[in-house]
Design a protein around this ligand. Structure first.
Ligand SMILES: C[S@@+](CC[C@H](N)C(=O)[O-])C[C@H]1O[C@@H](n2cnc3c(N)ncnc32)[C@H](O)[C@@H]1O
Length: 265
């Protein structure tokens, strides 16, 4: 057994594994399934939120690799490999895209190394680092990415793990400071104010011993983009960000997950 596997604690539910459970994945333990089910008993909408957040991520990456012409991606808080991982979406548009994934969870590390493999033309790398250590993240990313060239920073469902909002904003600022003008931020986070059941389920989850995740008012999610030029339609509930035509032609309803894409001037 590797050192990383030794560090996997299967007695406490874990964010990445519960998220994987809601996304329909198999990389989770009974403790995660129990925590996931306790959550959906109070707020079943979390499954739609998890899946809509991944769909938003996919649409933003397609936009960045396509229209915006970005070839480098720094995805911090990668999660367990699932469908439409960042490098798969980016490299399906631009096979030469280079992606650095960052996470601090040993299970994520083990799976990512095995599964996140690149096209021959591009590159993927995996960095075991903490979100708080922005200097280390940028230093390690620079081994695979040319950080003098525009790069997309991906923060998807990770900043809610930072209890102190000002600290979370500082992390976004510090990471963007290491990227040149013309770089982008794709960000989406759980939001308060849409459904009291969501807030109740999240509060209960935060008592389980798992690393807590804090839902934030939409204005706070918008403020992560301060100083950036927002790509249309701005910061919105994720299903409303450049939705693809649905089979029924009916627009998906707004949910408690907000996000957007911004460009560094
Ligand atoms: C809810 S998952 C989101 C996964 C993926 N980005 C997505 O949108 O589907 C949050 C991820 O952030 C990682 N994470 C949480 N706190 C972190 C920290 N302080 N440093 C690095 N990664 C962290 C977790 O391990 C997990 O993989």
């Amino acid at each position: 057994m590797s050192e990383a596997e030794h560090r996997i604690d299967t007695s406490v539910p874990h964010s990445a594994r519960i998220w994987n459970y809601w996304l329909g994945g198999k990389d989770n333990y009974p403790v995660d399934e129990a925590a996931g089910d306790a959550y959906t008993a109070v707020f079943p909408g979390i499954v739609t939120i998890a899946r809509s957040s991944r769909a938003f991520l996919g649409r933003t990456i397609r936009h960045l690799a396509g229209e915006a012409g970005i070839r480098q991606f720094l995805d911090v808080g990668t999660g367990l490999p699932t469908v439409d991982n960042t490098h798969e979406v980016a490299q399906s548009v631009a096979p030469d895209a280079r992606i650095v994934y960052v996470d601090h969870d040993p299970l994520v590390l083990t799976h990512a190394r095995a599964l996140l493999t690149s096209t021959p033309e591009g590159a993927t790398d995996y960095v075991d680092a903490d979100l708080y250590d922005t200097e280390r993240i940028l230093g390690a990313a620079a081994k695979t990415l040319d950080l003098t060239r525009p790069t997309a920073l991906i923060l998807s469902g990770i900043l809610g793990h930072v209890a102190d909002y000002d600290r979370a904003r500082g992390i976004v600022r510090d990471l963007l400071a290491g990227l040149p003008p013309g770089s982008y931020l794709s960000l989406n986070e759980g939001s308060r104010g849409t459904d009291p059941d969501y807030e109740q389920a999240q509060d209960a989850y935060n008592e389980t011993g798992a690393v807590p995740y804090f839902l934030r008012p939409v204005e706070q999610i918008e403020a992560y983009f301060e100083g950036l030029e927002l790509v249309e339609p701005g910061v919105v509930s994720v299903p409303l960000w450049r939705p693809e035509a649905s089979a029924s032609g009916v627009a998906a309803p707004a949910i408690g997950q907000h996000g957007g894409v911004g460009r560094k001037r």
